[in-house]
Design a protein. Structure first.
Length: 343
């Protein structure tokens, strides 16, 4: 649900202007008419990379950085089963607009590694947020715009809710994704439960072995279900699938979904954060939420399902994409980042 009145009109104008600026300079790659099939080619943009490494908190984080060092920082966070290549087209668009863009591999993915073998391979939601805060400290990044989808949306939501002074603004695909483990115990209608089949698969030891043995096949199946109108080629998938070879990938994925279902214990050090998150805190930083029109997990109501969880300057957009919004519509996603930075 969009805000109405003069302020909304101004934000709508700024959002349209941002879209036009990005599209006009770089073309409408990935931005198509409703119902069209989007195809991603095999050639990665040359400006995406190389991967850098930095110690941050419990991790040695692999990340891509682009744009001027003194530009407004933007941290782009991926989901599962994806990686930093979801932003391979978004990154040069934003860098060319003067943003300092940082795209990290989340724990358990790509070149990100735990610094100690003794650190629990914990994947509860607050651990990812603490990781990003530690990365911000390591990179001396002041008040970035946070943007993400899936696990990345949830991570951005948490930071914006609990540490609003650490981020300037937020772009969150599928809106408010902060998890409440107790609430997750309440069953959804069967159609919704069916779409989450892999969560229940991962609750079994058979699922653990299946993810380990068929991690690429499973991911490709999820990609096709999550984004029914996106036609990606094998080279595009293979670039991301390489991130699943991380030694901690299976453990992190399994723990994430088991924790969300109340089947895995979190760490005591995160108890206070999780207690605060269970209260569903309102996010007050400027926010644009995005729904993918073809995403099977998009809630009905054009953003109304989560509108009350955002208390600051706000806008909602629906893009012609599935679940992996930034890779399916990089121009639309980049335009949202530019627009929310101007709120």
């Amino acid at each position: 649900m969009e805000t109405h009145g003069p302020m909304h009109s101004r934000r709508h104008f700024l959002g349209a202007a941002a879209t036009a600026a990005v599209a006009g300079r770089f073309g409408m790659r990935g931005h198509t008419q409703a119902g069209a099939h989007r195809t991603v080619g095999s050639a990665a943009p040359p400006s995406f990379g190389p991967v850098k490494q930095i110690n941050a908190g419990d991790l040695n984080v692999g990340y891509v950085e682009a744009g001027p060092a003194n530009g407004q920082p933007v941290i782009l966070m991926h989901g599962w089963p994806y990686d930093i290549h979801s932003y391979e087209a978004v990154t040069p668009l934003l860098a060319a607009q003067g943003y300092r863009v940082v795209v990290p591999y989340l724990r358990g993915h790509g070149t990100t590694r735990f610094l100690s073998d003794k650190t629990p391979r914990n994947a509860q939601q607050s651990a990812f947020a603490v990781d990003i805060i530690a990365l911000m400290d390591a990179l001396k990044t002041e008040r970035p715009v946070l943007a993400g989808y899936d696990w990345g949306s949830r991570t951005g939501d948490i930071i914006a809710a609990l540490w609003p002074d650490r981020c300037k603004a937020l772009v969150s695909v599928t809106g408010y994704l902060i998890a409440n483990v107790e609430a997750n115990k309440i069953p959804s209608p069967p159609k919704n439960e069916w779409a989450w089949w892999y969560q229940y698969y991962f609750a079994t030891e058979r699922g653990v072995r299946g993810l380990d043995r068929y991690r690429r096949d499973l991911a490709e199946l999820v990609w096709k279900f999550n984004s029914p109108t996106w036609r990606f080629d094998s080279a595009t998938f293979d670039r991301t699938a390489a991130a699943f070879d991380n030694v901690d990938y299976v453990g992190i994925v399994i723990d994430n979904y088991r924790w969300r279902l109340g089947l895995a214990e979190g760490e005591r050090q995160y108890d206070d954060l999780e207690k605060r998150l269970a209260a569903a805190p309102v996010i007050k930083v400027p926010t644009i939420t995005i729904d993918g029109k073809h995403d099977p997990f998009t809630p009905p109501g054009n953003g109304s399902a989560y509108r009350e969880r955002f208390g600051g300057t706000y806008e909602h957009r629906t893009l012609d994409a599935g679940h992996n919004v930034p890779q399916e519509d990089p121009t639309g996603f980049a335009a949202a980042v530019v627009a929310v930075n101007g709120f």
